[in-house]
Design a protein around this ligand. Structure first.
Ligand code: GSH
Length: 422
């Protein structure tokens, strides 16, 4: 089958996947541009001349017909399908398909995108009322779909339509972000529908592997935003009623140290170590990393592998990363959330690659032989994979040193930006 035209979209963009799924279902072929660098090529005059919004997905047919906006492109591709059932056979079905597409895009995708940007810190300032409002809006949209799918196999008609593919592309984005296990349990029909569409033999390859988050990420303010610890007031008798509070005060309470003396961290009960993490942090800051007399040499001379361990850390959702500076901010956020473990942890992590083709990887040196007790102070610790490094193994050693020296390269992706936790 010859191609119907070119689709500009990044490989992991859910809206791009939506259009590719429609084409695959309809038996149509789409080309990709010879090269496309997001946030670079879409800002070039030649791209803007064709697609003035400057966004992807964007489409150009073989004979020069140009189109942008995912919904319009998906509908156009569906309409080109010979004998397609994707768009409905009568005015009512066509309208219902549009209704559910609109629910998926405006009532689910839009609010979940806002929530996920708020909690990730890319939509600032964070606002709890906004978080709640948009979360509730998404749940309202999801529950509407859920109720409908309780009595329908597909959204409209007895066949897969564009509405089903659109909804699946939206749920795909949701289950990787904030449609977490608890919410999924309330949406059995939506998830059943999603899995039917995702696993359809014509579509499976287009979607790729699905990430299901266990727990929706919650916003954690960076350490510097937190309030200065107040001197502990004399403990008030429990029965004494606190003055009435504004609703959102509840959140602030979590940030203020509690009156009772802090329980000692179990890491403090580990056998004493000869490796002084503070000295290492100083050596790393003050010396060249590599070479004679450098920080790495200092490390090997002083490291105590019984008391500390070195780890490789990899972000699990690299396909979601876009611009390098945003990924670097994400590392900063993760490090801020690790604040409570500063005594037990050193980190050197970076963004490797280029915009829309990057990964986050790096190394941690931490107290003890398990990573979890040190990193689980960060609510998003499970967004990363931890593998203990054997510093006697040549590959692990090379990885470790390169992550410290910020010259790590993985699968041709070069170190672009780095952050340290010291
Ligand atoms: N309304 C557009 C939104 C597409 C969109 O937001 N695309 C993003 C990538 S996911 C983009 O191209 N952003 C480039 C920019 O903002 O400069 C659609 O539905 O197609």
């Amino acid at each position: 089958m010859s191609s119907i035209g070119t689709l500009w979209a990044t490989p992991n963009q859910p809206k791009g996947k939506r259009i590719r799924a429609v084409a695959a279902f309809a038996g149509l072929t789409l080309d990709s541009p010879a090269s496309y660098e997001h946030f670079v090529d879409n800002q070039k005059p030649e791209f803007l001349a064709k697609f003035p919004l400057g966004k992807i997905p964007a489409f150009e047919s073989k004979d020069g017909f140009k189109l942008f906006e995912a919904t319009a492109i998906a509908e156009y591709v569906a309409a080109l399908a010979p004998n397609s059932t994707l768009l409905g056979a009568n005015p009512q079905d066509k309208a219902l398909i549009n209704q559910w597409i609109s629910v998926a895009d405006s009532e689910i995708l839009f609010p979940i995108s806002i929530v996920s940007r708020l909690v990730r810190g890319s939509l600032v300032p964070y606002s709890k009322p906004m978080h709640t409002t948009f979360n509730d809006a998404a749940i309202r949209g999801l529950k509407t779909v859920e109720a409908h799918l309780a009595t329908h196999t597909y959204l409209v008609t007895e066949r897969i339509t564009l509405a089903d593919i659109t909804l699946a592309s939206v749920i795909l984005q949701g289950v990787g972000n904030n449609i977490d296990a608890a919410l999924r349990a309330q949406l059995p029909n939506t998830i059943r529908h999603f899995e039917t569409i995702i696993n359809h033999p014509l579509l499976k390859e287009v979607w790729g592997p699905v990430d299901y988050v266990e727990k929706a990420l919650q916003y954690t303010p960076p350490a510097k935003e937190k309030k200065e610890p107040k001197p502990a007031p004399p403990p008030a008798p429990k029965a004494e009623k606190k003055p009435a509070k504004k609703d959102d005060d509840d959140d602030d309470d979590d940030l203020v140290p509690k009156d009772e003396p802090k329980a000692k961290n179990p890491l403090d009960f580990l056998p004493k170590s000869t490796f002084n993490l503070e000295d290492w942090k100083r050596a790393y800051s003050n010396k060249d990393t590599r070479g004679a007399g450098g920080a790495i040499e200092w490390f090997y001379q002083n490291f105590d592998k019984a008391g500390f361990s070195a780890w490789r850390v990899d972000f699990k959702y690299n396909s979601e990363l876009t611009q390098v500076f945003m990924s670097a901010n994400q590392i900063t956020g993760f490090f801020n959330r690790l604040e409570a473990s500063r005594k037990y942890l050193f980190g050197s992590m970076g963004v490797l690659g280029t915009a829309n083709n990057s990964i986050i990887s790096g190394t941690l040196i931490l107290r003890g032989q398990e990573a979890q007790p040190v990193v689980d102070v960060a609510p998003d610790w499970e967004s990363y994979e931890y593998k203990k490094l054997d510093l006697e193994n040549a590959d692990d050693k090379a990885y470790f040193e390169a992550a410290l020296a910020w010259d790590l390269e993985i699968d041709g992706k070069k170190w672009a930006d780095g952050k340290n936790f010291k």
